[in-house]
Design a protein. Structure first.
Length: 505
């Protein structure tokens, strides 16, 4: 395993065509002048930022295979939603997300905070070096734009986890903005609104700089537009959300997977027609059972732990349409008689969205933005703007490509529902397990219904599980958007070292 002492200077020494290994050369081995004046210096330094999304980096004196940006991202987002169910009580820190029993000392949120700011500091170093150099050729601007994108992307993911949703309270504490190398180490949290403003400014600047795409495994102009569409939707700026979603859709560079190609979309993320931006993994990045994303939610024999499953709540939402090709990513574990197996009373429906790149059960290149989301962003914004027909047209565009040609809305909102209800229900199924669900619920000021069997229910024993009825009498069966536990505590490391960083309640 890597044994790395990582500093800002070392970030500049990342030299990898594969974005895999981080250099451990002396911290003074490269100057910022060399960084921007060598043919490969800038590219290598930036590629190191992408590597930090998938590498296991030393934290608090050790390298832990659980510690990876993307692994923790899915811990902190999807495991807190109603799409995934926990099959047992565990000491693994992801259990805090399931149970909402958060702690400032929980290892996954601490590492996620640490590695996010490690990436931000690194790209700030590159931005500072390039802007001081005065270089502004197209190739340099592309790389500079990627830096602004990554800073915006990391800040936005942080504020979603540690700050309240924008529509709930934009003036509440957000996160610590780090946009300059001269920032003091002890710095107060910016408000949620201030963070959003910074993210939008960075993403807009990134979009203007990036004109030479290096492929979907790197940021691009379309990736920046996608981020702008997402952030503006979260901000309830429907006009801007539609504008940027339109830019991506109308670019002509991406198309929805069909019902025939969709089952292989995520295994072939780097070449899929839907992918706008993904974190590319290769076979040398296959961490197997002990450090991958897939091993938590899938097992092919003994390939993974496979202790978390697609929830009965999500499966019920999909049950009306067994012909929906999106079922291809929900894999029931059956015994020899064809009966779905149970673990501690919970039915085992594995999730394979992060499996089978190069036919390996634990390998994938997780997609951060894809074209289906842009259709759904546009649909949600139109629904909120009162353009119901346009919203349902975009929902039907997706359904036509998921095997549901016979079950279209045809511009008719079902009785008892709103166009927004339709869009959010479709997005839940389409974007399941991709880190969206909880945010979509809470930013729309709705409650998360967790009244289904699973070990997110505090005190549950296997003998209590009765799949014929809905559980009652447990805490957090319904999580309102006003609950303080829809966001995480700031890590204890930050609060102890930075007295200006106020803690969440």
């Amino acid at each position: 395993m890597k044994n790395i002492i990582f500093t800002v200077s070392l970030f500049l020494m990342v030299a990898v065509s594969s974005c895999k290994k981080l250099s451990s050369l002396p911290s003074d081995a490269i100057s910022t002048e060399t960084l921007v004046n060598t043919s490969e210096g800038l590219t290598n330094a930036l590629n190191g930022a992408y590597a930090l999304f998938k590498d296991h980096i030393e934290f608090n004196g050790k390298v832990d295979m659980n510690n990876m940006y993307l692994r923790q991202f899915y811990h902190l987002t999807d495991f807190a939603s109603d799409d995934i169910v926990c099959g047992q009580v565990t000491t693994d820190p992801f259990y805090y997300s399931f149970s909402l029993d958060h702690s400032p000392a929980q290892a996954n949120s601490r590492y996620y905070w640490y590695i996010s700011y490690k990436i931000i500091t690194g790209v700030n170093t590159v931005i500072d070096a390039v802007e001081k150099s005065g270089k502004n050729d197209a190739a340099t601007n592309q790389l500079l734009g990627e830096c602004y994108f990554l800073r915006a992307f990391c800040h936005f993911n942080l504020v979603r986890l540690f700050g309240k949703p924008y529509p709930v309270d934009p003036n509440s504490p957000g996160i610590i903005l780090r946009t300059n190398l001269s920032d003091p180490s002890k710095k107060a949290r910016s408000t949620v609104k201030e963070v959003y403003d910074s993210v939008l400014a960075d993403a807009e600047k990134a979009a203007g700089l990036m004109t030479r795409s290096r492929g979907v495994q790197y940021a691009s102009q379309e990736a920046a537009w996608s981020l702008l569409a997402r952030v503006n939707l979260y901000k309830e700026d429907q006009v801007k959300a539609i504008e940027y979603a339109d830019k991506v859709i109308n670019s002509g560079k991406f198309s929805l997977a069909t019902k025939d190609t969709y089952p292989k979309l995520f295994a072939n993320a780097t070449s899929a027609t839907e992918t706008i931006f993904c974190i590319a993994f290769t076979v040398v990045d296959d961490y197997g059972k002990f450090g991958s994303i897939a091993s938590m939610i899938y097992s092919d024999g003994n390939s993974g732990w496979g202790e978390e499953y697609a929830s009965s709540s999500l499966r019920a939402a999909m049950s009306a349409h067994p012909e929906d090709v999106r079922w291809s990513y929900i894999v029931p574990s059956k015994d020899g008689a064809g009966v779905v197996q149970k673990k501690n009373g919970i039915e085992m429906y594995y999730i394979s969205k992060f499996s089978f790149q190069d036919n390996l059960p634990n390998l994938s290149s997780p997609i951060m933005f894809r074209i289906a989301e842009m259709y759904l962003i546009r649909a949600e914004a139109n629904a909120k703007a009162g353009a119901n027909a346009a919203a349902l047209d975009d929902v039907d565009m997706i359904r036509k490509n998921r095997g549901l040609e016979a079950s279209l809305y045809n511009r008719v909102v079902p009785a008892g529902s709103t166009a927004l209800d339709v869009v959010l229900a479709e997005k839940r199924i389409e974007m399941a397990f991709e880190g969206h669900r909880s945010y979509d619920v809470f930013r729309n000021k709705r409650s998360l219904n967790k009244a289904y069997w699973g070990y997110h229910l505090t005190g549950l024993k296997e003998t209590d599980v009765d799949l014929s009825r809905i559980p009652t009498g447990y805490p957090n069966l319904t999580v309102p958007y006003t609950s303080p536990r829809i966001i995480y505590y700031l890590p204890v490391d930050e609060v102890l070292s930075n007295p200006l960083a106020t803690q969440n309640q």
